[in-house]
Design a protein around this ligand. Structure first.
Ligand code: IDP
Ligand code: MG
Length: 138
């Protein structure tokens, strides 16, 4: 099996109505879509998802942002999916993101940065299971 990663199109992506464009970039970059949902994160679920950041000064704001509107979690598959997806989305702060990356093209700020990507294969497994059962994946 190829490697899998979790992407989330964040509330600002849907607010800006660019979710179709971002999904097209993901497809054009060679990722297979194994699972896709549209949902609103509860506060509980967002807190759990970002628990690794609970001591960070931006945690409360991050949870408020992630629950401010619907999101689209995607389970993506490709060789080297985790690293390649991080490369496709660019740096956390769009001001530092390379030209041609999704965050450079669409994001406004270090917080409202359009898209999430898992940072390791191990975290990807946990993050995928936050949103998808194995039987949900094609
Ligand atoms: P990543 O999404 O590039 O992996 P992380 O450091 O894991 O970045 O941070 C998770 C999310 O928290 C970011 O995508 C962004 O939405 C938000 N965030 C990160 N750093 C800051 C900050 O300094 N201020 C406000 N929000 C931040
Ligand atoms: Mg991260």
């Amino acid at each position: 099996m190829k490697e899998r990663t979790l992407a989330i199109l964040k509330p600002d992506c849907l607010e800006k109505r660019v979710q179709g464009k971002v999904i097209q970039h993901i497809i054009d970059a060679g990722f297979g879509i194994k699972g896709m949902r549209l949902l609103s994160l509860s506060e509980d679920s967002a807190k759990k998802f970002y628990a690794v950041h609970k001591e960070r000064p931006f945690y409360v704001e991050l949870v408020a942002y992630m629950t401010s509107g619907p999101v689209i979690p995607l389970c993506l598959e490709k060789d080297n999916a985790v690293a390649d997806f991080r490369k496709l989305i660019g740096a956390t702060n769009p001001a530092n993101a390379e030209e041609g990356t999704i965050r450079k093209m669409y994001a406004d700020s270090i917080e409202r940065n359009i898209v999430h990507g898992s940072d390791s294969p191990e975290n990807a497994k946990n993050e995928i299971s936050h949103f998808f059962k194995d039987s949900d994946l094609v």
